[in-house]
Design a protein around this ligand. Structure first.
Ligand SMILES: [Zn+2]
Length: 98
């Protein structure tokens, strides 16, 4: 399955939604990568999947697959002032601690 199709099949996403993505879907995306894409992900820790328009958003935003040291492969997009790619599960843990 093409990674864009898998990404589309995740449905409408939000920061909340990212935490609830079925890990199987992420595995499907990773397994659909070609060698060059997979190496980019492993070496840089991120790989651009596609630009997606979310409901209620004015512009498309870039969705990345990232490799978190704690949670493995996760889906994320740039957020905050620094436009950082933050693992959605690390965000969740942090918000529980606060
Ligand atoms: Zn994490």
């Amino acid at each position: 399955m093409d990674k864009r199709q898998v990404l589309a099949s995740l449905g409408v996403m939000s920061v909340m939604g990212l935490q609830q993505i079925n890990p199987e879907k992420i595995t499907q995306i990773v397994s659909s990568l070609n060698m060059m894409e997979f190496l980019t992900l492993i070496v840089t820790g991120k790989l651009l999947l596609d630009w997606v328009m979310l409901d209620g958003w004015k512009d498309k935003i870039p969705f990345y697959i990232i490799k978190c040291k704690t949670h493995g492969f996760q889906i994320s997009y740039p957020s905050g002032f620094s436009r950082e790619l933050i693992c959605p599960k690390c965000t969740k843990e942090l918000s529980i601690k606060l």
